[in-house]
Design a protein around this ligand. Structure first.
Ligand SMILES: [Zn+2]
Ligand SMILES: [Zn+2]
Length: 274
């Protein structure tokens, strides 16, 4: 079967689909059919999907996103200490960029595609290299919903260890708000200039959010420019990668940060301001 025949039979017209996840899943099928027809060796994330007929792009659970948004508003609004709030806001702005870099280094690793728990997120991340426009095509609720499981895990550690105090809610509120800003920033980097809000363009031009040109470095070379909120910590991530390139170090770092970063920030805020 030649490549042309292999990809026939898939309706790849975007306008034929109401849900962009369905359209993107058809593009995945077409890409795999073409690779097979041409005898191309499939990269790890494609081989994994081809073996299982797995749907890469899924609709996320919207009520969870609404709960997180409500938690962001409540966590910030109920804070009585504006200095502590401002300091937490600034700390998270820099920290979330770094954390997004660590997460991205781990989920881009093709050797982790077959690991339990993080295998599927790895597959989803690595398909973004094939279809960079996926993130700007899917609904913002789905892009935020990509964090559902991660935020559930982080919430279990944060509230389980620190309880339901004012500080805990503030840390969750500010942290999750920057987490959603991180998704939004990555999405903006792949959004056509005419569709970007003016304020967002201004923020990109002033390096408050990641400029698209910085992120496109990553799409040209998947070993560079991992952070996606502001891109400020990309030098730090590259420096750490040069010193410790071993993927398992990054996996352990990611797991430890995922479990304990909010707990540590909550503890610090309480120590400084209580
Ligand atoms: Zn990547
Ligand atoms: Zn991207």
């Amino acid at each position: 079967m030649d490549a042309v025949a292999a990809v026939q039979g898939y309706d790849a017209r975007k306008e034929s689909y109401e849900d962009m996840n369905d359209w993107l899943n058809v593009l995945v099928k077409k890409r795999i059919a073409k690779a097979r027809a041409e005898g191309e060796a499939l990269p790890a994330e494609m081989a994994w999907v081809a073996e299982r007929d797995h749907e890469v792009y899924v609709k996320r659970f919207k009520p969870m996103v609404l709960v997180v948004l409500a938690l962001c508003i409540y966590g910030i609004a109920q804070t009585s200490n504006p200095i502590a709030l401002l300091a937490t806001f600034v700390v998270f702005y820099f920290y979330i960029d770094f954390y997004s870099g660590v997460l991205h280094v781990v989920l881009d690793n093709p050797r982790f595609v077959r690991l339990p728990l993080i295998g599927v997120p790895c597959v989803e991340f690595q398909w973004h290299h094939t279809f960079p426009y996926d993130i700007s095509t899917r609904r913002l609720f789905d892009v935020w919903g990509d964090l559902n499981v991660l935020l559930l895990v982080k919430s279990a550690f944060l509230f389980g260890i620190c309880g339901f105090s004012t500080t805990t809610f503030m840390v969750a509120g500010v942290g999750y708000a920057w987490g959603y800003a991180n998704q939004f920033s990555h999405r903006l980097a792949h959004t056509a200039p005419r569709n970007r809000p003016k304020l967002a363009v201004w923020m990109q031009e002033h390096r408050l959010l990641m400029p698209p040109a910085v992120h496109h470095v990553h799409h040209n070379d998947h070993t560079q420019a991992f952070p996606v909120l502001s891109g400020h910590s990309r030098g730090l991530i590259q420096g750490m990668l040069r010193v410790i390139p071993n993927g398992y170090f990054w996996l352990v770092l990611f797991v430890v940060l995922t479990a304990l970063d909010l707990v540590a920030i909550c503890w610090l805020v309480d120590r400084i301001w209580s």
